[in-house]
Design a protein around this ligand. Structure first.
Ligand SMILES: Cc1ncc(COP(=O)(O)O)c(C=O)c1O
Length: 445
């Protein structure tokens, strides 16, 4: 029992009389708890530890930077590591996304993007463009703005009233497509057109931006259907609405490229990123904006009146640079792209279990949807979800040696997003543990 640590997104009562799992060490794709038990880290911490645990060179990069210059803000001053990291990210980001605004995490990056969108339109003579659109069940973070963009009503309810002017459209859950369930491309067009409809309904002169993840995480990995982002880009151009690619999970190798938008070949106006930027060896996030969005801030007295003390932290920036060096040296993006089909095929073996309805995702990022009836795709009711997911699965998977996530923010799914260094033996280990535990789960329904 921890008396003082208030854990995030945690029912604290669950630990009144139970031990909190305490992780003390990591090495490669494995972590160890305080009792010395080993687990495969099937979630890279929290979609973070791309290069794996225990990388001494990242610890050394942090130590060297802290000894030289531990802290200086990027408020009207600069320091070399922030400058170099901004250069590097501008080089890696698609097209003219050349201006890097550092944050300390993903929610702050999303928050920054919405604020930039609003101010950009005010500075360029379209002051009524302020509304934002995002997708059902999508998670965009916890600050008030980012939470307003989040499409999970139960996460928002305790904090209402939130920021007005955020509207939801359908996501790209093809497994539960309300229309065109037999034609992926037609479904993608339909889903993209819902964005056009929302913009037209609200009035294009009031809409500033659309926030979309390359692959939507919450709900269990919804990849974009072919043509989806192409159509979204067209819609945004037609209505002068900014396309924000929220890549807090989908950047830095998760989908086999530095940025998910690059992997899928679409050009956003803003990218928000965090997590894998440092592989978690220090906290960092960024909003990367296009030259066009920066342009009004390059003149006269204009200023983006926004910032964070820790944004562009020297230690985090040094760690990020060293992390990106590992990506290059070990060709991690190529490794993910080359091994993703084998990872998928290994997980798809689970489709012979009656409880596994769907396996979906891309790169090293997959969701396994659990169902009560495979033929009808019937899902679990609230009591069953409570018993199965919260009461049994997460704990049983962990006890069997796999740290991953059983999530029911949409329909119940198990999410897998391991370090990018994983190989076939790790895919097999995940499959075998999942097979054992899901077989047991089925007997408990
Ligand atoms: C798509 C997306 N956006 C934003 C966030 C919020 O990031 P953070 O927890 O770093 O604030 C997350 C976190 O998981 C995310 O997945």
């Amino acid at each position: 029992m921890t008396d003082h640590l208030w854990m995030h997104f945690t029912r604290m009562s669950a630990y009144q009389d139970a031990e909190v799992p305490t992780i003390v060490r990591g090495d490669g794709p494995y972590i160890w708890d305080a009792q010395g038990r080993r687990y495969l880290d099937g979630l890279a911490g929290l979609f973070v530890v791309q290069v794996g645990h225990g990388r001494v060179e990242l610890a050394e990069a942090a130590s060297k930077q802290a000894a030289e210059l531990a802290f200086f803000p990027v408020w009207s001053y600069a320091h070399p590591t922030a400058v170099e990291l901004a250069d590097r990210l501008a080089e890696l980001a698609p097209g003219d996304l050349n201006k890097v605004f550092f944050t300390t995490g993903g929610g702050e990056a999303v928050e920054s993007a919405w604020k930039l969108a609003k101010q950009y339109f005010k500075l360029t003579g379209r002051p009524t463009k302020h509304k934002v659109i995002s997708r059902a069940i999508a998670y965009h973070g916890t600050p008030h703005g980012a939470l307003s963009l989040t499409g999970l009503p139960e996460l928002k309810a305790p904090y209402e009233p939130l920021v007005p002017s955020a509207f939801r459209v359908p996501n790209t859950n093809f497994y539960r497509a309300p229309e065109h369930g037999d034609d992926l491309e037609a479904f993608g067009r339909w889903a993209a057109d819902r964005i056009a409809e929302a913009i037209e309904f609200e009035g294009p002169e009031t809409v500033a931006a659309v926030f979309l993840e390359p692959v939507q995480n919450a709900g269990g990995c919804f990849p974009p259907p072919p043509g989806y982002f192409e159509r979204v880009r067209e819609i945004c151009d037609e209505h002068d609405v900014l396309l924000v690619s929220d890549e807090v999970i989908c950047a830095f190798g998760r989908l086999g490229g530095y940025f998910g938008s690059g992997v899928y070949g679409y050009q956003p106006d803003i990218i928000t990123c965090a997590k894998g930027l440092t592989s978690g060896y220090a906290p960092a996030g960024a909003m990367i904006a296009s030259d066009r969005l920066f342009e009004p801030f390059a003149r006269g007295t204009a200023m983006f009146a926004h910032g964070y003390t820790w944004g562009g932290h020297p230690v985090s920036s040094a760690v990020a640079l060293a992390n990106l060096e590992i990506f290059e040296r070990e060709k991690l993006n190529e490794h993910v792209a080359n091994n993703s089909p084998a990872f998928r095929a290994t997980l798809e073996k689970l489709l012979d279990l009656p409880i596994v309805g769907d396996v979906r995702g891309d790169g090293f990022f997959f969701g396994i949807e659990l169902v009560k009836d495979k033929a009808t795709r019937e899902t679990f009711d609230e009591a069953e979800s409570e018993r199965l997911l919260r009461g049994f699965l997460s704990k049983a998977l962990f006890e069997a040696g796999l740290y991953c996530r059983a999530d029911d923010r949409g329909d119940p799914v198990i999410q897998l997003s391991p370090p990018l260094i994983c190989e076939q033996p790790h895919f097999d280990e995940m499959e075998q543990i999942l097979r054992r535990v899901l077989t047991e789960a089925w007997t408990r329904i």
